[in-house]
Design a protein around this ligand. Sequence first.
Ligand SMILES: Nc1ncnc2c1ncn2[C@@H]1O[C@H](COP(=O)(O)OP(=O)(O)O)[C@@H](O)[C@H]1O
Ligand SMILES: O=C(CO)[C@@H](O)[C@H](O)[C@H](O)[C@H](O)COP(=O)(O)O
Length: 460
Amino acid sequence: MDFDKLILGIDIGTSSVKISLLDSSTSKSIYAKSVPTKAKTSSSHQKGDEQDVFNILKAMQECLKSPGKIMEKVKAIGICGQMHGIVFWDEQFVQTFWDNEFTNETKKLVSNLYTWQDARTDLKFLTKLPKPRSHLKAYSGYGCNTIFWLKENQPEILSNFKHCGTIQDLIVSILCNQGKPVMSTHNAASWGYFDVIECSWNTDILIQANFPVHLLPLVVQPGKIFGTLYETIYHIPKGAVVGVALGDLQCSVIATLTSMTDAVINISTSAQVAFVTKIIEKQCDGVEYFPYYDNHFLAVAASLNGGNVLDCFVRSVLSWVSALGLTITEDELWNRLLHLPDEEHSTPLIVNPLIFGERHDPTTFGSLINVTNNNFTLSELFSGFCKGLINNLLKMMPREMLLKAGIQRIIGSGSVITRNHIIKKEIENCFNLPLSLQMPEDSAFGVALALLKNNPHLFS
Ligand SMILES: Nc1ncnc2c1ncn2[C@@H]1O[C@H](COP(=O)(O)OP(=O)(O)O)[C@@H](O)[C@H]1O
Ligand SMILES: O=C(CO)[C@@H](O)[C@H](O)[C@H](O)[C@H](O)COP(=O)(O)O
């Protein structure tokens, strides 16, 4: 088929980088690819969660290499990714990508990515911080709180680097070869201390608390263009337009939502239930209102327990297998777990899977209930974890809240839903609404679609 104008969407997820090529004349995805980043790296803090930026860039390069000559048709590039996290860099670092020089020397020009799972800012630390002037609270793993912690404990990180942003902001800067980032409200709101209504950082509050406000990027509305591609790479022509980076959460919704009566459940490393609304309701524990588009918000129950919990379970089983002197590959174990026969027990095993706590309740962790002499099996344990994840989402965003908002259907997206039949069935059971499924590269497709919708003139 001959395509005229393509839009490339890139999603920098917590576990993998995904790309999608969207045909601007049909708004359909014509190519998709996902590459695991394997970026988790050791942290100097016991509760830290850090990723190696080079591994993320390498996974992105592998994705970009794969479509080949068709990339010559790319007119615009949209980038989204994991929210809340923060990475620091120097002007020169951006250039190293273009010089193809990822050496130990260039490692000094960029920090690790401190992810949304970083829990070093514990409750004790958070209580010392000023209260943000925003309808959004600032939790552990949020960029501004991580800066507060670094200022007190590792000030050299703040003095060694000139710029900071989310990982997707860094990638936008790299592609345009401009060291200084510009952020969308999606990502700024995910850092905390940002007033979405005023579109401004809480600079006065932050200055009073001796926060290095000079590090905070300029913020613009989502849909704005940041710049253009600096040089031709992977057949993508120099000059292709690059949009300001967006949040993966918002992009997963843009990709899938067809009506205001739909809610979206996305499960990848994390898990969320969200719907679009114009009104910020009185907040209840676990539901936040993140900026979406055009004065609309996303009411979101964002759980810290998603695919990462199943990953943790798989790793535990792998370590038991190895302790017994046996072997099984990780892929084979996933495959077996996803195809174990269903079991019926008069007393089913109940798994409360809160391995990572929740933002609104960070000190309550997981538990097993109703263990009997016949239900403590691999099948019951795995399906218990899967079901527990959905029951936890339901607790955070009750069905009544969805019905009150006029929601009539749930759209399921993210690789963990599309690959896991237990999770699909439990969503239908728990939420008791029709479920429609979308492809796993949803956010990469969504960020490309957002560029098309916000800048139709570029593709006419
Ligand atoms: N081989 C596998 N088979 C099925 N599921 C897997 C496999 N490997 C990882 N997963 C699940 O996929 C999740 C990551 O999904 P992914 O879409 O790559 O995440 P993200 O968008 O956060 O980068 C993991 O947390 C894990 O639950
Ligand atoms: O944490 C929130 C929102 O508060 C999430 O919805 C948001 O999507 C974050 O970016 C995720 O935590 C990371 O996404 P993913 O890698 O699990 O796809």
